[in-house]
Design a protein around this ligand. Structure first.
Ligand SMILES: C[S@@+](CC[C@H](N)C(=O)[O-])C[C@H]1O[C@@H](n2cnc3c(N)ncnc32)[C@H](O)[C@@H]1O
Length: 234
């Protein structure tokens, strides 16, 4: 099925790298049709991230407390709930997206937060797992958010991240991977998984499609916070 011009334009608009207040307004306006649009895009990140996290998770998921960062309308929570996760909290910058997330009834708590500008509104060492799916990318959440994700994760807890591998996002992806590796070298966390996935979602233009397939690729990363983080100097 071909993507409609309206879907292409809405996706392009949020990736255009506008200032944060303008971007969050775009998401407010997109909230009502977001799930329909990402279904047309065949967007698989929430499903793939939740499946990978559930696979890595060592204890019964019902006992785990999880924070879904940049939760959007709640697609990640839906996938996690299907896999037995029951204690779900969420944060996002867009009030429109948060309203939709609230209406799912899947989150016990939801907060508004401008990621990269404000600290997460939760205590340190509070979560068994933290997800950030579909929002680490050029013009979205800055890579500088990673230490904050670590701060709120319990020792031994998991952090699950995704990014896109399409050409306009390759520089961001390189910066993200450098930030992830720096924290690993400092002894803050250990890599559990870094997996490239083809057919991540439909491309919105010929130029970004992987070898003419009509799709782009993406990445899933899972890190585990070290039991006793020993932050070393670079
Ligand atoms: C593409 S959606 C992904 C939502 C959800 N995780 C999913 O996979 O469907 C990106 C989300 O990130 C949020 N977002 C983008 N940049 C943000 C920022 N700097 N601070 C807070 N939220 C942000 C948007 O409001 C939006 O809900």
């Amino acid at each position: 099925m071909r993507l409609s011009v309206a879907v292409r334009e809405r996706v392009a608009a949020v990736h255009r790298g506008s200032a944060l207040p303008e971007r969050l307004r775009l998401y407010d306006g997109w909230a009502d049709s977001y799930e329909q649009d990402v279904a047309a895009l065949e967007y698989r990140a929430p499903h793939l991230a939740a499946a990978s996290l559930a696979f890595a998770f060592p204890t019964p998921p019902a006992e785990a407390r999880l924070l879904d960062v940049a939760c959007g309308t709640g697609l990640v929570a839906r996938e996690l709930h299907r896999r037995g996760f029951r204690c779900l909290h969420g944060v996002d910058g867009s009030t429109g997206m948060l309203e939709r997330a609230r209406s799912t009834g899947l989150y016990q708590q939801l907060w508004q937060c401008a990621l990269g500008r404000e600290a997460l509104p939760v205590p340190a060492e509070h979560y068994d797992a933290v997800t950030l799916v579909g929002a680490l990318g050029e013009g979205q959440v800055p890579t500088t958010v990673t230490p904050e994700l670590l701060r709120v994760t319990k020792a031994g807890g998991f952090i699950c991240l995704t990014t896109r591998s399409n050409p306009p996002n390759l520089q961001y992806k390189a910066e993200l991977e450098a930030a992830l590796e720096r924290l690993e070298k400092q002894g803050a966390w250990q890599k559990v998984l870094a997996q490239e996935v083809e057919y991540w979602e439909k491309a919105t233009s010929e130029e970004e499609s992987t070898q003419g397939t009509g799709y782009i690729s993406g990445m899933i990363y899972i890190y585990q916070k070290c039991p006793v983080p020993q932050l070393k100097e670079d």
